[in-house]
Design a protein around this ligand. Structure first.
Ligand SMILES: [Zn+2]
Length: 687
């Protein structure tokens, strides 16, 4: 088998495009070809393979690459290659498995019908009897009917390549099928690429990570890529056509933002327990309502992104993945265009899988939490839809205020703080007291929205009434000061920061007021207009555990007096008993959104400690906001410093988040730092 890329072809290609051919992996970096930047296409075709073989390597060749899309083209070997026959029923079961596996991993699968072959050359190599009464193309017709049915049943986008080839057969001189009767010529590959693109419609923006998964058709058997600058396999055409599509989008003439804001109450109506603190907390009424809010933005060229903020304690990965999939399906929003944030409010409700073993097991409660979680997923989709439908010309401006109530909880003892504050003695440890502020004003100058952030745990209160803790009070205060405006809050990197002293409602209200005053200071100063250019990038970066927990350790943990730990051990052992192998790393979500040259919003999963905000603000300069608590509660995310120090945020506490390990590996900051740099570069290259 020959490699897809010749040296000459490789040299001619530039940009951060990574193409993995069978058995080899070539990363081509170095470029001044901006239109190629950001898109990653993996050719994961292997000649002669059927769906049984594809299924066996799906994890390795698709899931671990964490693509946005997997384009699946299988069937020629299953149906036509005597030594590789897979019966129709089994073939469809394999495809269905791939669809489910992809979706479970947050990957959008796309199916494809297989083309009719030219029987004469095929039958020179294979015996006609092998195909029964149907004959080769009869078999293909049956397989295609089943593929179409599967796509309908599972609501999977379908690239109808068989239909497209049938319609193109009449064109004389077109090299759709090679003389061997089966493989595709350049025109066939181009057509296949178009079919996949048609199937996903406007969902692609030209910067996705796509895996092309299949047999020799995907591999590009017979393609003479060495003779051209960029090859003529279908994954290559896919990249080229997509880029032309993106470039061809007509720029809007209005040089301004559009914004839309929507909100909905999410206070539970049924007695879902409050989240956090590792105990059963039954709700007893509310101080004020909990909210879910969405800010939709569209730049002057029609690029969109939606920021969702909420009073949740933590959005779990499965909920975020499912919700993003729904948003992609409903509104064509790719993962990089959606940031789902939660304030980490400890007077908010539980969500399914947020902190697996934190709460006593209670079947009735689990059912309530599952029901509430499903409602919330629907509400997010609804609220995002409402925000998108309200998109209207707007101006964005940024500024900054300050609030000083966050205390580094690792370096100061809670009990000593009132005394230290009274004596005006300095507290210890790094903090980030900045209050980043962005305003959204309508075309008539009316203030529509105030987005602001702060790095601190919403853990002033630990009682059992619904409320938004200090961010809830701050938003209420701002909305009172600015009637008609919606205030939205993001928790910047407050993983190791607490509002201290605490535990009293009046303190919570006071911190809310202090934060609102910080925002008002920012509003009063001259604010910087944000130019209407939006660029978004997203990645899951693998964060390795120091090591995964062993069966022996788990068995010992069953007796642990710490109930969370014992429940965790029991649940993990069940997984091992069921044959599960623990992953060695965790897919950690990171966003970079660039708004004009003025604002860089970095969004990170989990409980990032303050060092990340301080580091990235220094690295990327003024106008950098670092938002923790995005997409997935994950766990505490220590910096190298905090990891070395150990303790609650840096030590062996991953079990609290249901991870199959005690501790992160020591290089998580390094990996995150590299990924953030990569994403930030990607947003620059798109300019
Ligand atoms: Zn926390």
């Amino acid at each position: 088998m020959t490699g897809i890329w010749s040296k000459a072809a490789s040299a001619a290609i530039s940009a951060a495009v990574s193409l993995c051919a069978v058995g080899t992996s070539i990363s081509l970096v170095a470029s001044d070809t901006p239109e190629l930047n950001g898109l990653t296409v993996h050719n994961k075709g292997i000649g002669g393979q059927n769906t049984v073989q594809g299924r066996a390597r799906f994890e390795r060749d698709v899931v671990v690459l964490r693509p946005g899309f997997v384009f699946i083209y299988f069937g020629l070997n299953d149906a036509l290659n005597e030594s590789k026959f897979v019966p129709l029923e089994k073939f469809i079961a394999n495809l269905a498995w791939m669809v489910e596996r992809a979706r479970a991993a947050g990957i959008q699968p796309v199916l494809c019908t297989i083309h009719r072959v030219i029987e004469e050359p095929l039958l020179k190599r294979h015996k006609r009897e092998a195909y029964g009464n149907e004959g080769p193309n009869g078999k293909i017709a049956s397989y295609n009917a089943a593929i179409r049915q599967l796509a309908r049943q599972k609501n999977v986008p379908l690239a109808d390549f068989a239909g497209a080839v049938a319609a193109s057969r009449d064109h004389p001189g077109a090299s759709i099928i090679r003389p061997d009767g089966v493989h595709l010529g350049p025109d066939g590959n181009r057509l296949l690429a178009r079919c996949f693109l048609d199937a996903v419609g406007g969902q692609l923006t030209g910067k996705e990570n796509i895996v092309c998964f299949g047999d020799s058709v995907t591999y590009g058997a017979g393609s003479n890529s060495a003779a051209t600058a960029e090859g003529d396999t279908y994954p290559t055409f896919l990249r080229q056509i997509q880029i032309r599509t993106r470039q061809a989008r007509p720029p809007s003439t209005a040089a301004a933002w559009k914004a839309g804001i929507a909100r909905t109450v999410i206070t539970p109506e049924k007695p879902v327990w409050l989240a956090g603190y590792g105990s059963k907390r039954v709700p007893e009424g509310k101080l004020h309502d909990l909210w879910l809010k969405a800010l939709a933005l569209e730049d002057a060229t029609g690029r969109r992104a939606v920021l969702v903020t909420s009073d949740f304690q933590g959005i779990p990965k499965a909920m975020a993945d499912r919700t993003c999939e729904k948003l992609r399906h409903r509104f064509g929003l790719a993962r990089d265009q959606v940031m789902l944030t939660y304030s980490h409010n400890h007077c908010g409700p539980r969500l399914t899988g947020d902190l697996y073993d934190y709460y006593p097991v209670d079947a009735e409660q689990e059912a309530l939490v599952d029901e509430y979680t499903a409602q919330m997923e629907a509400k997010i989709v609804e609220t995002v839809g409402a925000a998108l439908s309200k998109l209207a010309p707007a101006n964005l401006r940024i500024g900054e205020g300050r609030a000083t109530f966050a205390v580094n909880r690792r370096n100061n003892r809670e009990a000593e703080i009132p005394d230290l504050l009274a004596k005006h003695k300095p507290l210890k440890g790094p903090v980030d007291h900045a209050v980043p502020v962005m305003t959204v004003t309508g075309a008539n100058g009316q203030l529509l929205g105030i987005l602001f952030g702060y790095a601190c745990h919403p853990t002033t209160l630990s009682f059992t009434q619904w409320c938004g803790d200090y961010p809830g009070f701050a938003q209420l205060a701002l909305e009172k000061n600015h009637p008609g405006a919606t205030a939205t809050f993001i928790n910047t990197c407050g993983g190791d920061q607490n509002p201290l002293p605490r535990r009293r409602v009046e303190l919570c209200e006071r911190y809310g007021r202090m934060l609102a005053e910080g925002v008002e200071t920012g509003l009063k100063q001259p604010m910087k207009p944000v130019s209407p250019v939006l660029r978004t990038a997203f990645e899951f970066v693998e964060l390795p555990y120091e090591r995964v927990v062993t069966r022996e350790e788990l068995q010992a943990e069953l007796q642990n007096k710490n109930a969370i730990r014992a429940r965790w051990a029991a649940r993990m052992l069940k997984k091992l008993d069921a044959g599960e192998k623990f992953a060695l790393s965790y897919p950690y979500p990171i966003h970079a959104w660039r708004l004009g040259k003025e604002l860089l919003l970095i969004g990170m999963g989990g409980e990032t400690v303050v060092d990340y905000a301080l580091r990235f603000k220094k690295e990327f300069g003024p106008g950098t906001w670092v938002c923790g608590y995005a997409d997935d509660l994950v766990a505490y995310i220590p910096s190298r410093r905090v990891w070395e120090e150990g303790g609650y945020e840096g030590g062996s506490f991953l079990y609290e988040y249901g991870r199959p390990a005690f501790r992160w590996a020591g290089d998580v900051e390094e990996r995150i730092g590299e990924a953030v740099q990569r994403l930030v570069n990607r947003t620059k290259e798109q300019q």
